[in-house]
Design a protein around this ligand. Structure first.
Ligand code: ARG
Length: 471
């Protein structure tokens, strides 16, 4: 990065002849975005090529100029990708850096590229294009995570563990059922990303600075060439809004919420207190002082990084909320927030997808937690209710029964029929079968419930959905 102080000559390349004095050196640095927006170079070059080809096709530029611009941009892209391109802070942003280098390569023709265009529609186009690619690259990572959840469910999903409410043992569930809950959450996250992509796929090019342009542009042509569904309908809206960045970051925030909850459970489950899972050595870390430690740093980091994505969302919303139409420089603040949210989401999806297969599931620990937890108390109440006892009364009886068991250090499955009957005469002989965790799980056959038949069907449905995506 050449970060020399801009000269008047540098600035005249951007702003033309209006300025006689160079910008204050400190202000020039603050004003420049090239340190972060150079990340848009591919989109910027693609946008310029589409614009130049269209200017040529419309006879706004000569065919020779259009061809020279195209060849020059190919060269510039090669220089950037070879690492030989010299980015200059003095040239402010990715757009001026590339245009200046293009002009160095092709002369006059390069100076004609900006006909009928402004950096305002240019940057909005670049950022939308970047977002489309970002969604396209994020979905396969999300699909790998879903795949990892399904594989784990297929491998160890028959394990029974307590389901929790208030982090108190509540009712037994299949591990597959628990994992499939996350599959559903990530499926909705996928839908939100696809949905956001669909709305972002409109092309701002041709809006120019804000009001459109007198040149006879073919906006359909540039939109189609760049893979957009259509041009944006209103030139002010095209350069002024960043709702697509907000939508993506909001979708990313929710996906991070889901990742964070899963991570939190992995942290709890891998504690000695729970001992439900063990993380693979490749996904855990040690302590520099306590030799016995195996820490779940990766899930903790995912949980922690969730906060920064929320921060990005709030930053974007706040940048937009007070802006009069159309373009304002505040909008330059959109990029770092969007990039950070996208990078963080992708890294966290990837890390979690890699970590899940390394889990060792402690089936016996999960099972023991069920046995110690009175998790089939609801089944005992349901048993009485089915035999005509009003549920509220049954609930009360079982409450006393559980209190007695705690005092006597007994578990529900250890009780005899007579012991049950000493609490209520209406207990049937089959109560001792109904009170096992297997029977409890098997009984929850309602749609969306944890009965093995329901869970296996849900697993097959989710697998089939993944298969249609080639995951
Ligand atoms: N770097 C600017 C941005 O990110 C590009 C657009 C500049 N437009 C302008 N009128 N100054 O928003």
């Amino acid at each position: 990065m050449a970060d020399e102080h801009p000269t008047v000559a540098d600035q005249q390349q951007i702003w033309g002849g209006r300025f006689a004095e160079p910008t204050d050196a400190f202000v020039a640095r603050l004003n420049a975005s090239v340190d972060f927006d150079r990340r848009l170079y591919r989109e910027d070059i693609a946008g310029s090529r589409a614009h130049a080809a269209m200017l040529g096709a419309q006879g706004i530029l000569s065919a020779e100029d259009a061809a020279a611009i195209d060849a020059g941009l190919t060269k510039v892209q090669a220089e950037i990708e070879a690492g030989t391109f010299v980015w200059q802070t003095a040239l402010e942003d990715v757009h001026m850096n590339i245009e200046q280098r293009l002009t160095a390569h092709v002369g006059e023709a390069g100076k004609r590229l900006h006909t009928g265009r402004s950096r305002n529609d240019q940057v909005a186009t670049d950022l939308r294009l970047w977002l489309l690619r970002c969604v396209d690259e994020t979905l396969p990572v999300l699909d790998r995570l879903t795949d990892a959840l399904l594989t784990l469910a297929e491998r160890d999903g028959a394990a029974i563990l307590p389901g929790y409410t208030h982090l108190q043992r509540a009712q037994p569930i299949l591990l597959a059922h628990h994992l499939l809950a996350y599959v559903e959450m990530f499926e909705r996250d996928r839908g939100r990303l696809v949905d956001c992509r669909r709305r972002a796929a409109e092309c701002p090019l041709g809006a120019a600075a804000l009001a459109g342009t007198p040149f006879p542009l073919d906006r359909q042509m540039t939109a189609a060439a760049l893979g957009f569904a259509r041009p944006m309908a209103n030139s002010l809206d095209a350069v002024a809004d960043r709702d697509f960045a907000v939508e993506f970051t909001a979708a990313a925030s929710l996906a991070m919420v889901h990742l964070s909850r899963l991570s939190e459970e992995l942290v709890i489950w891998s504690s000695q207190e729970f001992g439900f899972v063990e993380l693979g050595d490749a996904f855990a870390t040690g302590s520099s002082i306590m030799p016995q430690k195996k820490n779940p740093d990766i899930p903790e980091l995912v949980r922690g990084k969730t906060g920064r994505v929320f921060g990005d969302l709030v930053a974007l919303l706040t940048v937009l909320k007070g802006l009069p139409l159309a373009y304002n420089k505040d909008l330059q603040e959109d990029k770092e927030a969007l990039f950070d949210a996208a990078d963080t989401l992708r890294d966290c999806l990837e890390a979690t997808a890699r970590l899940l297969p390394s889990l060792t599931v402690r089936v016996e620990r999960m099972r023991a937690a069920c046995d110690a937890g009175f998790v089939t108390a609801t089944d005992v109440a349901d048993h009485l209710a089915r035999r005509g006892v009003p549920f509220r009364e049954a609930h009360h009886v079982v409450g006393r029964l559980v209190a007695w068991c705690i005092a006597e250090r007994r578990t529900l499955p250890s009780l005899t029929v007579d012991e049950f009957r000493s609490f209520h005469a209406d207990f049937g002989d089959d109560i001792t079968e109904a009170v096992t965790v297997e029977a409890s799980v098997a009984a929850r056959t309602s749609e969306g419930g944890t009965a093995p038949a329901r869970v296996n069907a849900a697993l097959a449905t989710a697998r089939a959905r993944q298969a249609t995506r080639g995951a």
